[in-house]
Design a protein around this ligand. Sequence first.
Ligand SMILES: Nc1ncnc2c1ncn2[C@@H]1O[C@H](COP(=O)(O)OP(=O)(O)OP(=O)(O)O)[C@@H](O)[C@H]1O
Length: 275
Amino acid sequence: MEINQSSVLEVRDLQVKVSTKRDVLTLVQNINFDVKQGGVLGLVGESGCGKTVTSMSILQLLDKKTTTIEGSIKLNGQELNGLDPKQMRKIRGKDIAFIMQNPMNAFTPVLTIGHQFIETIRSHISCSKKKATEIAIEAMHDVNLPEPAKLLKSYPFQLSGGMLQRVMIAIAACTHPAVIIADEPTTALDVKNQKTVLFHLDKIRAEHGSAILLISHDLGVISEMADEVAVMQSGRIVEKADVFQLFDNPKHAYTKTLLEARPILQVEEQFNHLS
Ligand SMILES: Nc1ncnc2c1ncn2[C@@H]1O[C@H](COP(=O)(O)OP(=O)(O)OP(=O)(O)O)[C@@H](O)[C@H]1O
């Protein structure tokens, strides 16, 4: 599917503040970006720059008692900031899928994968348990999970991180979300599983036109997947550009530093392999 120029997710003047015992801290400010239908926006930046705070504010998952979100977050024109929690729960999972670094946190440990998968399908698609099971098995098959019927009877702790990650992607594939927020989806995985996860994310994008907000500190992953890139530093977006332009002709000093750090890491990795 080609990238449609219409924006599925529009973030305008996003500012997040947190109240601590002593102070009110601004965690992110002046955040502006669009994610287009079938497009991938990469969000990069060093640890602690505010990538996760940004994604959690889109999902309205920040603690309301301590944090305030200002600005506008629109999903297909609908304002999410300040939306009633019940309505937001409906949107999460169906319209916005969240794929996180540690998939174990996404599942309830005492319920089987099948229970959680089938319940999610049935909360979004009106169908029988039998039909939902068939849909789940097919989706798990599509992400190359072995013996899906058996896996559905397993508990989350019985699956590896890479397998749980693929179960989350299979769930996302069934609900055809308008937006997928993938926060460091490959960081905890080995190279083979990294490739599989990226391949299947891209497949959902291509087949269903989902817009993807891909958060990663890995510039290799970003260069492979993203169409546009936003670079964050200290709670702000310092540069936003088409992926080719950003890698070939970075404008901001911080982007240049990030890009310059890349080959040095690769050389170090080669040395590590030799030692
Ligand atoms: N509830 C909170 N109270 C105080 N500070 C917070 C809170 N949540 C996040 N922060 C701070 O906000 C900043 C941004 O955090 P965030 O987790 O968004 O960074 P990140 O870019 O996702 O980093 P990483 O790549 O390590 O996940 C950090 O300095 C973090 O310590």
